[in-house]
Design a protein around this ligand. Sequence first.
Ligand code: CAA
Length: 482
Amino acid sequence: MAFETVAVVGLGTMGAGIAEVFARAGLRVIGVEADVEALARGRGHVERSTARAADRGKLTAEQRAAILGRITLTTSREDLREVDLVIEAIPEVLDHKISLFQDLDRICKPETVLATNTSSLPVTAVAAATGRPDRVVGMHFFNPAPVMRLVEVVGTVVTAPGVVSEVCELAGRLGKTAVPAGDRAGFVVNRLLLPYLNHAAVLLELGIATRDGIDDAMRLGVGLPMGPFALLDLIGLDTAYEVMEVLFDETRDRRHAPSPLLRELVTAGLLGRKTGHGFYGPQEPPKEPEKSTVITFGIDGPDVHGLGERLRASGFRPSDSPDTVLRCTDRPVIEYAARLSDPTRMVGVHVVGDKVAELAGTALTSPGAAKAARDLMRVAGLVPVSCKDRAGFVADALLFPFLNDAVRMYDAGYASIADIDAAMRLGCGYPAGPFEMLGYLGLARVRDGLRALYAEYREPAFAPAPLLDQLVTAGVSEFPRS
Ligand code: CAA
C-alpha cells in the first residue's frame, strides 16, 4: 500500500513531533485536535521545532515553509475519510482510544491502516474494538520524535500479514529504523527503560544519592545522553507514571509499581518540561562551589582506579597520618572501615567510566572526611557523586538490573539481541545497547554485581537471569550473536 496522506490525531508533544516527521518525509499530513486552542498549540510545537532546525542551518527557509505547508489542521475527524494511515497520539486512556478507533473505523476508507502511538496500552484491545482488527497496529515513536531514529511497530495476533511489513517500510521512508515488537506492555524500550527510571526515583527517595548525583552518575559516568531525572522531565512524569501503572498491572512486579515520589509530583502538576517544572525546576539556583579543605589522605588496599597517580599529578601525595582514607571498592565500604582504628575517616571510591567517582560514605563516615574526599576527586579530575554505602552504589544499582531485564527479555524470546540493542541505541540515544554493554563490562562482573544487589535488597528481579549465570559458568565472555 502506498502511504501518501496520513492523519495524526492529538497534537501534544508527541503528536506534533510525529506530524513533523511525516511532513519532513514529503507526505501530506492532517493534524486533528479537539478544539482550535489545542490545534494552535500543536501548530506552535511544529513551528518552534522547525524554526530551531532552521536556526541551526539544518533546514532552509523554503524547506521549512514546505514542511509547514504539507500540514493542514482540523477539528473534524470526518475530514479523515480518504487518508491512508491514521496515527493516534491522544492521552493514555484506553477507553478514549477505543472510542476514537471506533470513530475512525466508521469514518475512514476500508484500506486505511489505523495505528496507535500508545506507549504501553494493549494494541489488541484497541484493534478488537474496530471492524478492521487486521489493519490496526502500534506505531510507537520516541521523544523527541523528529530526533530519535526508532519506531516500534507492534503487530497483534490478528494483524494481517503484510501490514506490519508495510508500516516498517514506511518507517524507513521517514528515516527511522523499525523494530517489530509483540503486543506486550511497554514493548521493547519502555519495558527496559521505565523500570530503570522508576528505580532511580526509588533511590532518590531512599536518600542513596541526590537528584544531581544520580543524573551525573548515569550521564557522565555511564555515558547515557541524559540522567534519569532529566529524561523523566522530557518524557513527562504523567506519561511515565501511566506506563508504570500498565507495566505493574501486567507483571505485578513491585519494581514496576510507580514510585510514590512520581505520584506526588504528578498530583502536584509537576509534569516535567511540558509544565516547566518536574524533577528540575524552571529556575534552578546556581550551584555554589564547595570551599576546598586542606587534606591529608591515604589509600587503603589496591588503588585499582589509579587515584594516587591522578592526585600526585596535581601535587597531592598520600600521607602516613591521613585525615581521610580512600578505599577503592565495589563491595560494602563498612567492611573495610570497621577494621580501622578510626573508621570515621574512610570513604569508598568507585570510579564509573572515566569521569565520575562515586563516593560511598558509611554510617560512621565523618562529614569532614566525606567533604575531603569530594575535594580530592575534583583535584583528580573526577566529578564526585556522594552516595550511601549500598550495593551497587548508584550506577551499577541502576545499570545492572536494566541489563538483567534485557537478558530476560531475550531469553523469553520476545526480541532478538540485535533488536534490543538497536532499540535502546536509536530510541533512547544510548551509546551502546544492553548486550554491547554486557560485552564490554564483562558478563561475570555484571552477574556478580547482580548477586550483590540481590543479597542486599532481596529483590527477586535482581537475581541474575539464569541465562547470564549459565554463560558465566560456561566461561563465555559475551552474548553469542547470530
Ligand atoms: N524537537 C526537535 N528537535 C530537537 C528537540 C526537540 N524537542 N530536542 C533536540 N532536538 C534536536 C536539536 O535541534 C539538535 O538537532 P541537530 O543535531 O540537527 O542540530 C539535536 O536534537 C540535538 O539537540 P541538542 O544539541 O539541543 O541537545 P542534545 O545533544 O543534548 O540532545 C536529545 C538532546 C536528543 C534529547 C538527547 O539528549 C537524547 O537523545 N536524549 C535521550 C532522549 C530519549 O531517551 N528519548 C526517549 C524517551 S522514551 C519515549 O519517548 C517513549 C515513551 O513512550 C515514554
